[in-house]
Design a binder for this molecule. Structure first.
Ligand SMILES: C[C@@H](O)C(=O)SC[C@H](NC(=O)CC[C@H](N)C(=O)O)C(=O)NCC(=O)O
Ligand SMILES: [Zn+2]
Length: 499
């Protein structure tokens, strides 16, 4: 369906469907600690967690440590952040607890106490219920609930957050994140209600435990707990869903979908109606970026198994279609065929594909639409035909061979950039955001970086160019501008490829 501006708009109910179709997994909870080694020692010795990886980012003055009960590609973990020189944080009144499932809470409490851990609630049935639990405080004051449970594949099993309107929050996490309400429980004697939200059985996986205290609608957030990271199969579609849901239930997008400059992992982030932050991370990017305990980048070859479907079953074919991968495979195929068959015409492939998966009314060309899962292919083919893989006359044979070698060797993400340059727009009051490959993206107060993989072009809008020419970035009275300008240049120039 085309709108008056000619842009394709998809009815909101179709957009919202994506959250229910998407595949999600809880990846990690991010929070700040005052002493990384102190917390690592406590979690490994008292909880039995394993240190999975550490990283230090001196230019940004912080370090991270990831700990959990199993590897990150299959377990929910904690991501600790240590900011240089900051040894204390305010946890606020809204953050409740993390939870660790144990088959013997009493024994675990004894062990933790013997190692100097601070038990703030002795083991016993929960007030108003029967589940045996205990509470322990970690060195920074974060509360960990120790919950009695049989064997489970996911011991790190809860993030408890207090909310001011339980129904609103349940609806938000169902519609924006595709979560299910796994269980709710009202405890009138203690004037609270809880709701367990997640993607699988409560005893088998991590959940967000939403807690409503009767009559309490506001909590302080503090500056200690940061966010929860959840995987998604498509950050762009997921962000479109979240944007719609925030208009209905509150909350807001805090980072538009797109690659993290220099890392390429695609993310989007937002606040829920109570201000709790969620980051959605592209799952295949996440798996590729995982590092091993020595901190080396471990590029994983992730075999994405797609259920094969009978070619005549168009609907299932469309639903499982990965257009970025298809576009790159098509480019690799076409650049090979062009070399072997001079009369080979790449457009025929696109025409065949469109005639198979399009939707239009006869005699009405304007009604032509392609399913969203095919939306980038036409523009991709437009750029491929003009790329150095097809227009070989401009290169030496060695040059063409070099470009084709890289196209066949690089990741899907980088190969897409080789054929369809990515344009990022940087401004001084919002995070970098993908921009349309069109002159309309040029504006006086923005810096544009065109990444064509083999070359990067940095364009300064007229106003910024004037500031730069007048040396504002080096003048004391414009030091904020200078700092921002240098961080923009740094993020543009720190790319992950090395031709
Ligand atoms: C089910 C389990 O994971 C829980 O966390 S329920 C524990 C129970 N929660 C509350 O009381 C929530 C309301 C409270 N006012 C709050 O805001 O945290 C709890 O903490 N019980 C205490 C006990 O001693 O049982
Ligand atoms: Zn709990």
């Amino acid at each position: 369906m085309a709108s008056s501006t000619g842009e394709e708009t998809v009815p909101s109910e179709n957009v919202l469907e994506w959250a229910q179709k998407d595949k999600h997994r809880f990846l990690h909870a991010v929070y700040r600690v005052g002493d990384l080694d102190r917390t690592i020692k406590f979690y490994t010795e008292c909880f039995g967690m394993k240190l999975l990886r550490k990283r230090d980012i001196p230019e940004e003055k912080y370090s991270n440590a990831f700990l959990g009960f199993g590897p990150e590609d299959s377990h929910f973990v904690v991501e600790l952040t240590y900011n240089y020189g900051v040894d204390k944080y305010d946890i606020g009144s809204g953050f409740g607890h993390f939870a660790i499932a144990s088959e013997d809470v009493n024994k675990l409490v004894k062990d933790i106490r013997a190692k100097g851990g601070k038990i703030t609630r002795e083991p016993g049935p929960v007030k108003g219920g029967t589940t045996v639990l205990a509470f322990v405080q970690d060195p920074d004051g974060y509360t960990f609930e120790l919950i009695q449970r049989g064997p489970t594949p996911e011991p790190l099993c809860q993030i408890m957050l207090r909310v001011g309107d339980l129904e609103r929050s349940i609806k938000f996490y169902e519609k924006a994140c595709g979560m299910k309400l796994l269980r709710s429980k009202d405890v009138p004697d203690y004037k609270y209600t809880i709701a367990m939200m997640g993607y699988a059985e409560e005893n088998e996986s991590t959940v967000i435990e939403l807690t409503y205290n009767y009559g309490v609608t506001e909590y302080t957030k503090g500056n200690a707990y940061a966010q929860v990271a959840i995987s998604t199969e498509d950050v762009y579609k997921s962000a479109a869903v979240v944007d719609l849901v925030t208009k209905e239930l509150g909350g807001k997008i805090t980072r538009q979908p797109g690659p993290i400059p220099g890392i390429n992992t695609k993310i989007t982030s937002f606040l829920d109606p109570d201000g709790w932050k969620v980051v959605l991370v592209d799952h295949s990017d996440f798996l590729k970026e995982l590092e091993n305990p020595e901190g080396q980048m471990m590029l994983r070859v992730t075999t994405i198994t797609r259920r094969w479907v009978d070619g005549s079953n168009t609907e299932e074919l469309v639903e499982g279609f990965d257009q970025e991968t298809a576009a790159v495979v098509l480019a690799r195929y076409v650049s090979l065929k062009m070399e072997m068959e001079k009369e080979f015409d790449a457009t025929r492939s696109l025409i065949r594909l469109c005639s198979r998966f399009d939707d239009y009314r006869k005699q009405d060309p304007a009604s032509f639409t392609l399913h969203p899962n095919f939306s980038i292919l036409p523009q991709f083919m437009f750029n491929l035909r003009r790329s150095q893989f097809i227009q070989v006359s401009k290169n030496s044979p060695d040059g063409t061979a070099y470009f084709q070698m890289l196209l066949n060797r690089e990741s899907i993400t980088n190969s897409v950039v080789m054929i369809q340059p990515s344009l990022l727009s940087y401004s001084f009051n919002s995070p970098p955001a993908p921009a349309l490959l069109d002159v309309a993206s040029i504006s006086a107060d923005r810096i544009l970086s065109l990444d064509a993989y083999f070359s990067v072009v940095i364009f300064h809008g007229m106003t910024i160019a004037q500031w730069r020419n007048m040396g504002y970035q080096n003048q004391r009275e414009h030091q904020i501008l200078g700092r921002r300008w240098r961080s923009v240049l740094r993020s543009v120039c720190t790319r992950s490829w090395a031709p």
